[in-house]
Ligand binder design. Structure first.
Ligand SMILES: *Cc1c(COP(=O)(O)O)cnc(C)c1O
Length: 422
């Protein structure tokens, strides 16, 4: 469910007409809907019945300050993966105790910043990191709550580039090694190991891999408890998929995911935390673009739009498909044609869709790529010296640019010629 719908013949974000935004902001731009984000947040929160749960939004999926501020206002915690994200969420209003620090290669400087900031939990991904953190915490006179992130050897059945829980992946500690590391962690000063963390991948569209991983986590928790460890907290990661391609089988609903979680962990008496990213923001954002050129070749008609792979990387990176719709609502009997939807970047992988049938497009038409709120702006770059595109937040009838397009001068501000070339 989202709040990007046609009203009076044009696409709106809640009550704001998209053509008005395009005229004022210029294309391409991202547009986020507060009501959609709130709805997803509430639905996910409600999925776990009476279980004691907490949400830590995965910041990497959408690090926009306004989005983070909304989530902080609603009481969400945050899952961060860098020192930059830590500083960002603190600025957005996060409470330190509601921050979980994940990440496979945290630097000593990042760990120190996290310990000094009193983050609620640090997820340890290797024995080496465990020792570094213990030394650091001891030096700073602190005790840090830690989880060991296990790699449960479960294939998430998602795109290879976003699966994280198999033996081949760099993430987590092999689950068979975890008990031994737990014993070591318990013996180290400055660490308070009470939790187990797991995250097996992203855009997962089947409950089975989640359940397989969660059963392993439960077994591990029971085993460690039998040894006398006080395991009172499980961090179950994110990864639940969202519908991108509306002709495919839809991913499980949060309620089904919640029912499975209750089945696995219902009587364990552990606090459970979740790190959803995509599920909360994916549907809450669209990318608005303009058709720049229509080019008819011998085999195909190319619709070249002004958004490129540098603005929305997912199709090039993950073979992802985003539904594209015209901003002006087509008549029911509108003529249609087959298009290759591509961007202006000088790469053949700069392609959003192949052989899609759409109502006939004209140059200058506005189009919207849907479900672009997660890993969209977050992964964008300035490749081809294209400025990062603006982000707009809508709330009812209100809207604001929450990240503006930089000027060329701002883009160049970090460049300097060496003295011998100046
Ligand atoms: C990326 C990531 C998430 C979020 O994944 P989504 O698929 O966006 O829900 C959660 N936890 C960790 C540790 C991650 O790396």
């Amino acid at each position: 469910m989202h709040h990007f719908t046609y009203k009076h013949g044009v696409l709106h974000a809640e009550n704001v007409p998209i053509p008005d935004l395009a005229a004022k902001v210029g294309t391409p731009f991202y547009c986020y809907s507060t009501a959609t984000l709130k709805r997803h947040y509430d639905v996910f929160r409600a999925a776990f019945g009476k279980l004691d749960t907490a949400i830590h939004f995965a910041v990497k999926s959408n690090p926009n300050m306004a989005v983070l501020r909304l989530l902080a206002n609603w009481g969400s915690g945050f899952d961060i993966v860098s020192g930059g994200e830590l500083r960002l969420v603190l600025q957005a209003g996060a409470r330190p105790e509601n921050i979980v620090f994940s990440g496979v290669g945290k630097s000593v400087e990042e760990l120190e910043l996290a310990v000094r900031s009193n983050v609620g939990q640090i997820n340890i991904e290797s024995e080496s990191e465990m020792h570094t953190l213990s030394t650091l915490a001891t030096k700073l006179g602190r005790t840090v709550r830690v989880a060991l992130r296990v790699n449960p050897h479960v294939d998430a059945q998602t795109h290879a580039k976003i699966t994280t829980g198999t033996k081949e992946n760099k993430f987590g500690i092999d689950w068979t090694l975890t008990p031994d590391l737990y014993r070591k962690a318990k013996a180290l000063p400055g660490l308070d190991p009470r939790a187990i963390a797991v995250h097996i991948g992203s855009q997962i569209t089947d409950l089975k891999p989640f359940e397989d991983a969660f059963l392993r986590v439960r077994d591990l928790a029971l085993m460690l408890r039998n040894e006398g460890f006080n395991i009172d907290h499980l961090d179950l990661g994110g990864g639940l998929g969202v519908p991108y391609d509306f002709s495919a089988i839809p991913p499980p609903l949060p309620a089904d995911y919640g029912a499975m979680v209750m089945r696995v962990f219902g009587n364990l008496g552990c606090k459970l935390s979740f790190e959803p990213g995509r599920l909360l923001v994916g549907n809450a954002g669209i990318l608005v673009s303009k058709v720049v050129v229509l080019k008819t070749g011998i085999e195909k008609t190319f619709a070249i739009i002004d958004a490129g792979m540098n603005d929305l990387m997912r199709p090039a990176m993950y073979d992802a498909r985003h539904e594209m719709i015209p901003v002006c609502e087509p008549a029911a009997n509108a003529a249609s044609a087959d298009y290759e939807i591509v961007g202006p970047v000088c790469e053949s992988s700069d392609k959003f869709a192949s052989d899609v049938t759409l109502p006939t497009l004209a140059e200058g038409d506005l189009v919207a790529l849907l479900t672009a709120g997660a890993y969209g702006a977050a992964m964008s770059s300035v490749y081809n010296t294209r400025p990062l595109i603006p982000e707009v937040l809508v709330d009812g009838d209100q809207w604001a640019v929450v990240r503006r397009r930089p000027s060329f001068e701002e883009m160049m501000a970090l460049e300097q010629l060496p003295p011998w070339l100046a």
